[in-house]
Design a protein. Structure first.
Length: 153
């Protein structure tokens, strides 16, 4: 399931909604990415995320589909926020659920590695000196290599 939204998310509510009634689930893994207060040596006042509606959801659905093909998931969820966010606020939530923990852990890591480098969001970090557009870091790009993911663009 894919959600691209402005509104904050509640992790507990999302897990409960995703797993409700599915007793085949033996493990649930979640990851929450938040806005940091610092970027390098500069304090961040806010981060603005932009995207193209329709295109973003389609790209996220493709990588979620790959995760479901690679691992025996009972359920999965990606929520990515957009708009102006403040330090400490949640940006992204990924939840994976499987009969066994290993599949849930690996699928969650796979989804986050991909989201950090390929998801079509543009991030503007704003501080007292102005704003800077953020690109994927080299270590994030390197992390995706272990998954041998075909480009979903």
């Amino acid at each position: 399931m894919i959600k691209v939204q402005v509104e904050p998310f509640d992790v507990g509510e999302e897990i409960a909604g995703l797993t409700s009634g599915n007793t085949a689930i033996g493990g649930v893994v979640s990851f929450v990415g938040t806005v940091r207060e610092m970027s390098g040596d500069a304090a961040i006042n806010s981060m603005t995320l932009e995207h193209y509606p329709g295109m973003t959801e389609q790209a996220l659905a493709k990588i979620e589909d790959q995760a479901n093909k690679r691992w025996p998931l009972e359920a999965s969820l990606i929520i990515h926020r957009y708009g102006k966010l403040l330090p400490g606020e949640g940006i992204v939530l990924v939840i994976t659920a499987s009969a066994h923990r290993k599949a849930a852990f690996e699928a969650c890591e796979f989804l986050m590695d991909w989201l950090k480098t390929k998801a079509p969001f543009w991030k503007l970090e704003e501080n007292d000196a102005g704003g800077t557009w953020v690109d994927a870091r080299e270590e994030d790009t390197a992390a995706t290599l272990k998954w041998a993911v075909e480009d979903t663009d």
